[in-house]
Design a protein around this ligand. Structure first.
Ligand code: SAM
Length: 283
């Protein structure tokens, strides 16, 4: 029987967390509410742009769950509506490729940067129903909303708000890690790659959807200015995964498209080429 408390740790001290969620070493009091363990240490992650700084309450969450107000999902719908056909076809090709791979999932699966839950939904649709899913994201708000929208009744789905660079998870906890756009949104790609390696069990596997940009592009300059460029260039990302210790690192580009102007996106820049990829690797 899976016990979430058996895998949690203080992201700062890296010592196991008791059920009280008070770190025995540094005394930090972490919390649990609205189905989400909030294991963010502000000294490590306080500067992160996606961090939710509001207190979660039923009223606050209701704003994002209501259909009448602009919700997280309405924005996502609008975002996709502004994409060109090649881009939508690219995402569809990526999903098709990943769906076939997801049948092999077993044991405990971590989804990195779960956000609005596109990848989570694929896992829910395709993976065996008995896998345990641990959704992670720096935003406890995203996790609370996504959990309620995507799988309110499913018991073996847990949510942990944690920084991908300092995962609040003990070594060798997961059989699989999935992600869509984790690399490309979380800064410090080398740190993220090392953390993914650390929290996978020996023999554990990565299955990641992402997109590549070109090194000499405007998108690259923009990505570099916010610290996410290495996670978006094929050569660098694969190198960082190998340097972290991963074996059998395989990158498959399933489609490419010129990015259309989209007010929601800083990156890629409109007019730049984007290559849709799936990365697989083994610890
Ligand atoms: C574009 S979304 C990812 C899409 C999502 N995986 C899906 O399948 O729909 C990017 C996510 O990265 C998360 N994020 C940003 N910085 C992070 C960090 N340092 N650690 C963990 N998650 C982070 C954001 O909160 C956001 O939810």
């Amino acid at each position: 029987m899976f016990d979430i408390h058996a895998i949690l740790q203080c992201p700062k001290c890296r010592c196991p967390l008791p059920e009280s969620l008070v770190c025995p070493q540094c005394g930090t009091r972490y919390t649990h509410g609205f189905g989400v363990y909030n294991l963010i240490h502000m000294e490590l992650s306080g500067e992160q742009e996606y961090l939710n700084r509001e207190e979660l309450t039923e009223d606050y969450l209701a704003q994002f769950l209501s259909d009448e107000k602009v919700s997280l999902s309405t924005e996502v719908d609008d975002y996709y509506a502004r994409m060109n056909k090649e881009t939508l076809d690219g995402f569809a090709a990526q999903d098709l490729y990943v769906r076939k791979r997801l049948h092999a999932l077993q044991g405990t699966v971590c989804d990195l940067a779960t956000g609005g839950g596109n990848m989570l939904q694929l896992v829910l649709d395709e993976a065996p129903a008995d896998v345990t899913i641990v959704c992670t994201d720096i935003s406890n708000l995203e996790l609370a909303v996504t959990r309620r929208k995507r799988c309110p009744a499913r018991e073996n789905v847990y949510c942990v708000a944690t920084d991908g660079r300092y995962l609040a998870v003990q070594d060798s906890s997961f059989d699989w890690i999935t992600s869509f756009a984790g690399f490309g949104n979380i800064p410090d790609t080398e740190k993220v790659a090392s953390e993914l390696y650390r929290v996978l069990k020996p023999g554990g596997r990565l299955l990641i959807k992402g997109s590549y940009i070109e090194k000499d592009s405007r998108s690259y300059a923009l990505a570099e200015s916010v610290g996410i460029a290495r996670g978006m260039v094929e050569e660098y990302l694969l190198q960082d995964l190998r340097d972290a210790g991963f074996a059998k690192v395989q990158s498959t580009v399933v489609a490419e498209a010129v990015w259309a102007e989209n007010p929601y996106d800083l990156i890629p820049a409109a007019g730049d080429l984007q290559r849709f990829c799936v990365i697989e690797a083994v610890k």
